[in-house]
Ligand binder design. Structure first.
Ligand SMILES: [Zn+2]
Length: 95
């Protein structure tokens, strides 16, 4: 193992941390200012979003194309099923 190259030889999956897009102190999602005391996380990384809602929305939008691509591949393979048919609504009998 070469420990001088600065790369981990253990990790097989590459995890790419999101880089800050907007300037420090500006939310990457909504563009609103982040309070001055919160510009950095407790891990000393630049805070990307002003709130949990912005973080969730940004993560969901970032993941949407990947989910859509996976679904298109499932459809091409004939594996995709309409989720509607997986959990049918219970039949309500009115007498
Ligand atoms: Zn925000």
């Amino acid at each position: 193992m070469n420990s001088t190259d600065g790369q981990s030889s253990v990790a097989t999956a590459t995890i790419v941390m999101a880089e800050k897009q907007k300037p420090l102190g500006i939310c990457d999602h909504c563009g609103d200012p982040i309070p001055a005391g919160d510009w950095y996380t407790t891990k000393h990384r630049p805070r990307l979003y002003c709130s949990v809602d912005c973080r969730n929305a940004a993560n969901a939008r970032a993941g949407g194309p990947k989910i859509a691509q996976k679904n298109r591949e499932r459809m091409a393979r004939g594996e995709w099923r309409n989720p509607h048919h997986l959990n049918p609504l219970p039949q309500i009998v009115i007498d």
